[in-house]
Design a protein around this ligand. Structure first.
Ligand code: FE
Length: 209
């Protein structure tokens, strides 16, 4: 899977500071020229912080757990299946759903920057953008998972997916045991953000509020 980023070719060591400075300079320039209103930018960020969040992704996962036809569609064409729930937008244009199985656990990273499925998970957590996560997720995924408190069975392999500007991944965790009687709405509350990045597992039925 080529990591085909169009928009960055910079020194990773100073990426965050560098990027912040460039974004601020750009925002100032655009504002001075009257091209954007700061309030409009704030509104976009606010939307992704408070309204999108990971709940959309959780709804997609819970539906996949309870609706076999939707699950098949999600596996074949996640972009269309997710769009059918009206979840489209920035960075969500091309999606692939990767399904955890007893044999394989999936985990998502962007080794070059912070590509992330905003449309279903909202804004990426700070650690996702950090240099250590980006470097170590590929090199030593099990050690990274251990730091997140996740220990996988010996026989379960880990597949790491490197996000790009063109392709974003949504991990579909396995439905927890003991949830057979739960409704889709109840299941949504078990699907954590990290379980959809692959750095966590869904909550157990007793653990949800
Ligand atoms: Fe990236």
């Amino acid at each position: 899977m080529p990591h085909d980023h169009h928009d960055h070719d910079h020194d990773h060591g100073s990426e965050l500071d560098d990027m912040t400075a460039r974004v601020m300079a750009l925002e100032t320039l655009l504002t001075e020229k009257g091209i954007v209103q700061p309030a409009a930018l704030d509104a976009i960020i606010e939307t992704y912080e408070t309204q999108v969040g990971p709940r959309r992704g959780a709804e997609v996962v819970a539906r996949a757990w309870t609706d076999p036809d939707f699950r098949d569609w999600l596996e074949k064409d996640a972009t269309a299946a997710i769009a059918s729930m009206d979840y489209t937008g920035r960075q969500g244009e091309h999606m692939m759903a990767v399904f955890n199985t007893p044999e394989r656990h999936n985990m998502v990273v962007c080794t070059l920057c912070s590509c992330y499925p905003w449309a279903v998970l909202g804004l990426p957590p700070v650690w996702y953008k950090s240099t250590p996560y980006r470097a170590r997720a590929v090199r030593e995924p099990r050690a990274v998972l251990a730091e997140f408190g996740v220990t996988l069975p010996e026989g379960q392999s880990v597949r790491v997916w490197d996000s790009t500007a063109e392709m974003r991944y949504l991990v579909v965790p396995m439905r927890p045991e003991g949830t057979e009687a739960m409704t889709r709405e109840q299941l949504i509350d078990l699907v954590t953000r990290d379980s959809m990045i692959g750095t966590g597992l869904p909550l157990s039925p007793g653990a949800s509020a």
